[in-house]
Design a protein around this ligand. Structure first.
Ligand code: PLP
Ligand code: COI
Length: 358
């Protein structure tokens, strides 16, 4: 698809940008441009691909997204390479998950080539927006909203696909060596629901439990399964891995109620390459606590695009609390994080075909 380019009338002055890029934090700083592509069923699908200045978008107040939350998104990162080039990590996997989310939310697919080309277009003009902090990257947020003005409850016929970019440093403000979790009484997703889709509605439902976790001084909320409130599912924005003293690792299975993380999938491969046995099987909160207290469980790591690989140090529920290992980063967690980041940033060879130069 041809992209129309609209020049930016007043991009951020480079000295202001350089200053902002020294300490970007997460999710508050944005690059100069965005890509938008419109979809209209009556016009035969996707049209009007535009690369232009980032700014407000006009929406009819009756737009379906504003009423019935017909919205999906992706979270991915571009990494600066040692030779100065830019690479994406498994963008094809993000495109596939985006379309799986689209299926669940009754939205049209964005063809994989268009998804990746939109990102390529954005990076072609915003390549100066990489943070200068250690471990910094350019977080990319492709998303799709239902724009049709119609209040009946049925899938919309008009959509907008947008990509924005946000320079990102550490996801966790605390900068602590390991994060602490709050075990929520709320549940995130039920069987048959939208738990496996990356849709805004899932995150809206997680805001009260997340606020509860923050108010109690924790970094992330942990969700248990909706049916029995027994099985560990995932965090507000991350998947989990449990490392045992016999060299085995467990991660909750993809049964439709958790997000199929791309970091999760990559870690399964990398951990197996380290000689560890990885099992995708249910693990209960009671067993986790018992294994942590007996010393059978050595480490727990949380993983996701934004959080990368982060050790979990402490778990707190209404009536108990336990510490994982020494409460700080464990050996396997540190090693696997290093391995993943080295592949993403191009300091070790990518033998999996995961890195795409753009
Ligand atoms: N689980 C949830 C709820 C998330 O929001 C994320 C982040 O995207 C993940 C897991 C990890 O997914 P990924 O590794 O693809 O970023
Ligand atoms: C990500 O890791 O990309 C996420 O989407 C997690 C959170 C910022 C929603």
């Amino acid at each position: 698809m041809e992209f129309t380019t609209i020049p930016h009338p007043a991009p951020l002055p480079s000295d202001t940008r350089t200053e902002a890029l020294k300490n970007p934090g997460f999710g508050t700083l944005f690059s100069d441009h965005m890509v938008t592509v419109d979809y209209d069923e009556a016009k035969g699908g996707w049209h009007s691909a535009t690369l232009g200045p980032r700014g407000p978008i006009a929406l009819d107040p009756a737009a379906a997204v504003l009423h019935y939350a017909q919205e999906i998104f992706e979270g991915m990162k571009a990494y600066r390479q040692p030779d100065g080039g830019i690479a994406l990590f498994r963008p094809d996997a993000n495109a596939r998950r985006f379309n799986a989310s689209a299926d669940r939310l009754a939205m049209p697919h964005v063809p994989e080539e268009l998804f990746v080309e939109a990102i390529r277009q954005l990076l072609s003009v915003d390549g100066e927006w990489f943070p200068s902090v250690e471990g910094g990257s350019l977080y990319l947020r492709p998303f799709m909203i239902a724009t049709e003005a119609f209040l009946g409850v049925r899938p919309a016929k008009q959509y907008k696909f947008i990509v924005i970019a946000s320079p990102a440093g550490n996801y966790f403000k605390s900068g602590a060596p390991a994060v602490s979790l709050w075990v929520s009484d709320y549940t995130r997703a039920a069987p048959g629901g939208t738990g496996a889709a990356k849709c805004g509605g899932n995150y809206a439902a997680s805001l009260v439990p997340t606020r509860e976790a923050f108010e109690r001084g924790h970094d992330q909320v942990l969700f248990l399964d909706a049916a029995e409130k027994k099985w560990i599912e995932e965090l507000g924005g991350m998947n989990l891995f449990f490392v045992f003293d016999d060299g085995s690792v467990v991660t909750p299975p993809l049964t439709g109620t958790i997000l199929p993380g791309i970091t999760r999938d990559s870690l399964i491969t990398l951990l197996r390459e380290e000689g560890l046995t990885v099992r995708e099987e249910p693990y209960s909160i009671d067993q986790w606590r018992a294994d942590a207290e007996s010393g059978k469980l050595l480490e727990t790591m949380a993983c996701g695009t934004a959080a990368v690989v982060t050790p979990v140090g402490k778990v707190t529920a209404e009536d108990y609390e336990f510490t994982i290992g020494s409460g700080g980063p464990g050996q396997i967690t540190s090693k696997i994080r290093e391995k993943l980041v080295s592949i993403q940033t191009g300091t070790v060879a990518d033998t999996h075909g995961w890195v795409m130069r753009v």
